[in-house]
Ligand binder design. Structure first.
Ligand code: DP6
Length: 388
């Protein structure tokens, strides 16, 4: 039996991917840029084992059996990596050997945090390690076919996914713009919002947007290309103010497009809008842009903030969004934050807008991180080909 175990990070988009020009190959209508998050707080972990004795391909996700052969996206990823393996030559074992795959997310899938991006990136990366294919840009075109945003999780730091122009998707690749070391003090607070509503998934939501929104083409052809250029420059220069404004504007535009979809898709809720107002109030009260929000296809707010500004920002969040569990480790997850004395801070405008209690489920503090990595065999999720 041969096996490999790897972990892959989540990424959070700054300029959003929203809309496909080819549903099957998952080709986007515009470029996007994301930041890869540290795998310590949120990541997917996957073991793939191959053996002559396995009768069929099998997969377990978070301990539950999931369909394999009739999952078109999964099969496309597997076939893509196997094609590369064949082209590479020197196979250790025949490609006909069946696979057992076990995968876990170290964060709740239900929180609506980009679990498919980390999951498919991890799957493709682990398959590549198993078949001994070195990391290359073609792997990003394969991960893209699992879930579009997954291609960006194959790199650390800031990453641009190019829409490409080729019909076969060969140039729709993810490229690393800078490593995590370029801007190591870029942190993030994820405000996980209580929300029970059933929402339209990203795949379906962006499909109806392409079919019905009259604004989306303008975004793809005119707004995004300019925004990508400006954001690349801001990242290179570590210009937080420009970075923050572009990010907030792009998040707002994604949700404007969602509302321009017919029937409309509503992803943000009242708490999300309270977070938006809070960030603008906060930046105004400190007289400088120190936080930037972004929202994906759900109500959770992700706030970009530099390391040195995390503690005062968190203190202000605690004032604006009071919570019974405020100081508990279940409420404040991730990198620990030293408490700040609020009285020392300028909180004008914040204290005046205190929201009702317990609107947030919990807060995760994380930061920029590296791409996927292989783990030692002791970390395997399979024993004799079966999940632990
Ligand atoms: C709002 O990558 O989940 O997070 O390609 O259909 O699997 P599929 O969609 P997915 O969409 C992510 C959309 C987004 C924005 C982004 O990550 O750029």
């Amino acid at each position: 039996m041969y096996s490999a175990t790897c972990e892959a990070p989540v990424n959070m988009a700054l300029v959003k991917y929203w809309g496909k020009r080819n549903e099957e190959l998952i080709l986007p209508i515009n470029d996007s840029i994301s930041m890869t998050l540290d795998a310590n707080e949120m990541s997917a972990k996957t073991t793939v084992a191959a053996s002559e004795s396995f009768k069929q391909n099998r997969m377990w996700l978070n301990g539950e059996v999931v369909p394999f052969e009739d999952n078109a996206r999964l099969m496309r990823c597997l076939e893509g990596v196997q094609r590369l393996a064949l082209a590479n030559g020197g196979l250790k074992f025949p490609l006909s050997w069946k696979l057992h795959i076990a995968s876990y997310n170290n964060f709740p899938t239900a929180a609506g945090l980009a679990s498919s991006a980390a999951g498919y990136a991890c799957l493709v990366y682990t398959l590549a390690r198993l078949y001994e294919i070195p990391m290359n840009e073609q792997l990003t075109t394969i991960a893209r076919q699992g879930s579009g945003s997954a291609c960006r999780s194959l790199h650390g730091g800031f990453v641009q996914w190019h829409r490409g122009i080729a019909d076969d998707g060969s140039d729709s690749i993810a490229e690393q713009l800078v490593t995590a070391e370029h801007w190591p003090n870029m942190h993030m607070l994820i405000l996980v919002v209580n929300d029970a509503r059933k929402k339209t998934g990203s795949t379906k939501g962006m499909q109806s947007a392409v079919e019905t929104s009259t604004l989306i083409q303008h975004r793809a052809t005119t707004i995004v290309p300019q925004r990508i250029k400006e954001l690349r420059t801001a990242i290179q220069a570590r210009d937080f103010k420009t970075f923050a404004e572009l990010t907030m504007r792009d998040s707002n535009q994604l949700h404007a497009i969602a509302l321009d979809t017919y029937p409309p898709c509503v992803y943000m809720n009242e708490v999300s809008h309270a977070i938006v107002n809070f960030v603008h109030d906060y930046n105004e009260s400190v007289g400088e842009v120190k936080a930037a929000y972004t929202f994906d296809a759900g109500p959770n707010g992700c706030l970009y903030v530099l390391a040195e500004n995390v503690a005062p920002l968190l203190a202000a969040i605690q004032v604006a969004f009071p919570n019974d569990a405020q100081q508990s480790v279940e409420y404040l997850k991730g990198i620990p934050v030293p408490p700040v004395e609020l009285k020392k801070m300028a909180t004008n405008g914040i204290a005046e807008h205190v929201n009702p209690k317990n609107l947030l489920k919990y807060i995760i503090h994380t930061k920029i991180g590296d791409g996927p990595r292989q783990l030692s065999d002791e970390k395997s999720l399979l024993i004799d080909g079966l999940p632990l």
